[in-house]
Every structure is written in structure tokens, then in C-alpha cells.
Design a protein around this ligand. Structure first.
Ligand code: SF4
Length: 331
């Protein structure tokens, strides 16, 4: 199975509960950014630009747990910045396991290997490592030599200690499909449990030349995901089909709310117009109808997983979609 049974069970139960309550807008994944501090300055990163005035701020452990409580999503992605720089990160992860959340810890891997002994041992925790290409590409995009081999070393050490690992790869305009195919084969060979893949988003303040148009996304993902390779994607087959341009979806920005030291970011993980002090304010006061492709020019090229994967989960179109998702999870 691609995901632990507990995740499928908890997600299904949560979705049914929301439907029975008649909730239309509800979160699926909380993006928790306890700090935006980082030990790198990656080329495609929007956070270090958008939050340069507040990089020194961090949420307290209590604020993190309050956000988890207020949001109620069954999945929590702990990200940043580099979350392993956040001093109470190990207590936070332990608390999330106690609260029976499914956790993705996103990391650039620099501090991962030495952190392994302090991470909770639970099938609810998945380590998600940022890997953007083979060594020359990855090291150039992340701005430091040796980071690819460091990430590979951390993957091997984490797998040897029984952790569940996925990688997260961003596809840029310059990304060579063939290079990513070699990378994915290699990661599969290392025993990585799953591959997350998404087109880059054109964050404000980041070099525009890095990002793909929707047509370019369709073309690159068509070549990467429909070529007969049997890569073990964590990205759902329906989302990949959307990336190939075979089906259309509207985004559901409220499904992946983001809490960071400034507040609850609105409207979504990608674009920011304001921050609200509480989760309830963010859900109630954001004018959701103003956002999405065709409504806000910043959304025009967006096909990001945080905006569209939740739509896939919420909007299964008949038995064929249910069967596609089931078959994918069972392999
Ligand atoms: S389409 Fe716009 S509102 Fe929707 S997720 Fe993308 S950037 Fe956010």
C-alpha cells in the first residue's frame, strides 16, 4: 500500500463528518510554518522574500498546538523555513503524534541525519526531503555544493533506521525531463516510499524566468508521468492527469491553510494578501470568490499541488475516479 491504512481511514472518516455537517469549505492539510528561518536561500523560495522583515520571529509550541486544534485538519505539514531549526520541533512532532495527526516534516536535509535519533518513531510521520534534480542542478538551485550527496546520505540513514520517506521535487522551466526520470529511478532504487512532484509557482520577488506557463506544465508533466515509467508517486493520479492538461479543476485554497508567525495567511499557500489573527477569521473573512484562475491574475499559471490536490480528493467524478484512486493506493 502506498499510504498507511490509518491515513486512508482517518481521511475518509473526516470527509464523511464534514459532509454530514454540511460544511462546504473545510481544511484537509494544515501547513504549519513555525519559523521562516532557513540555513539556505534557494532560488525558487518565496518565503525568504515575503517574510524578510519577520524572519527572526517564531511561533511558540503552544501557538503551534493551538493552530492544530483550531484548524482540525487530519494532516499537518510542518514546514518553514527549515523546521529543524525550530528549537521545540521534536516536542511539536511528538505532540502531533499524540494527537493522532498524520505528519509530513519538510526539510532540506542539512540537519536531518543528526536529528534522526530525536524524531518520533511512528507510521504517522513521513519525512519529506526537498530534491530538485541530480547533483549539479540540485546544488545550483539550493545555492551550495554538496547538498545533493548530503540529501542522499540522509535518505539512506533514515531508511536504514526505518523512517518513512518521500521526496518533493519542484519542476522549473529549465528542468530537463530526462534528468528527473534518472533522479526518480535512483530514488526508487534507494527505497524512497513516494515521490511528490509539482510545478514551481511564481512567488513575488522571485526570478520570473524560473517558472512554467500552464502549456509548458502540460508538456513537461505529460512527458514525465505518461511515459510508461512505474514511478511511485505520492501525487495522486488524478492530479497528475490535471497537470498533463487532461482534466480541469478549480482550486480549493481553504483546504491547505497556512499558519506562520505573522498569522493565518490568506488566501493561500502561494499568494498572500493579508494575515488573520485566527483560523475562524481567515475562513470567514477571506473573499474566496475573488481568487482562482480567471479571477486573479496571480493565479493564471497556478497548478500547485497545495491548491489543486485537495480538489481532487473532494471531487471524485464517479466510480472510475474512485477505482483509479483505490488502485493507486493499493499498489
Ligand atoms: S489558483 Fe490562486 S488562489 Fe488558487 S491556489 Fe493557486 S494561487 Fe492560490
Amino acid at each position: 500500500m502506498r499510504f498507511p491504512l490509518s491515513l486512508s481511514f482517518d481521511l475518509t472518516r473526516y470527509l464523511m463528518k464534514q459532509r454530514l455537517r454540511g460544511e462546504e469549505k473545510f481544511p484537509l492539510v494544515l501547513m504549519l510554518e513555525p519559523t521562516h528561518q532557513c540555513n539556505l536561500a534557494c532560488q525558487g523560495c518565496g518565503r525568504i522574500q515575503e517574510y524578510r522583515e519577520t524572519l527572526g520571529q517564531a511561533l511558540t509550541l503552544e501557538e503551534c498546538l493551538q493552530a492544530v486544534e483550531d484548524c482540525g485538519a487530519p494532516v499537518v505539514t510542518v514546514t518553514g523555513g527549515e523546521p529543524l531549526l525550530y528549537p521545540p520541533v521534536f516536542e511539536l512532532l511528538q505532540e502531533l503524534v499524540h494527537r493522532r495527526k498524520h505528519i509530513y516534516l519538510c526539510t532540506n536535509a542539512i540537519l536531518l541525519e543528526k536529528s534522526l535519533p530525536r524524531l518520533p518513531r511512528s507510521d504517522r510521520l513521513t519525512l519529506s526531503l526537498h530534491v530538485d534534480g541530480l547533483a549539479p542542478t540540485h546544488d545550483r538551485l539550493l545555492g551550495r555544493q554538496g547538498l545533493f550527496s548530503l540529501a542522499i546520505g540522509a535518505i539512506k540513514a533514515a531508511k536504514a533506521q526505518g523512517f518513512r520517506i518521500c521526496t518533493n521535487t519542484t519542476i522549473y522551466k529549465e528542468t530537463e525531463v530526462q534528468e528527473i526520470e534518472i533522479l526518480f529511478s535512483y530514488l526508487g532504487h534507494l527505497g524512497v516510499d513516494g515521490l511528490l512532484v509539482s510545478p514551481a509557482f511564481s512567488f513575488a520577488g522571485v526570478d520570473d524566468g524560473l517558472f512554467l506557463s500552464r502549456e509548458e506544465i502540460n508538456d513537461k508533466f505529460g512527458r514525465l508521468t505518461a511515459n510508461g515509467h512505474n514511478f511511485k508517486f505520492f501525487s495522486t493520479p488524478l492530479y497528475l492527469s490535471f497537470l498533463r492538461g487532461e482534466r480541469d479543476y478549480e482550486c480549493t485554497p481553504w483546504a491547505n491553510p497556512t499558519r506562520n508567525p505573522v498569522g493565518w495567511r490568506a488566501p493561500c499557500y502561494q499568494i498572500v494578501d493579508t494575515h488573520y489573527p485566527t483560523f475562524a477569521d481567515m475562513m470567514r473573512k477571506t473573499r474566496w470568490e475573488d481568487y482562482g484562475v480567471g479571477r486573479d491574475p496571480r493565479c493564471a499559471q497556478c497548478m500547485m499541488h497545495s491548491g489543486f490536490e485537495p480538489t481532487v480528493v473532494r471531487e471524485m467524478r464517479g466510480l472510475t475516479d474512485i477505482w483509479t484512486m483505490l488502485r493507486w493506493n493499493l499498489t
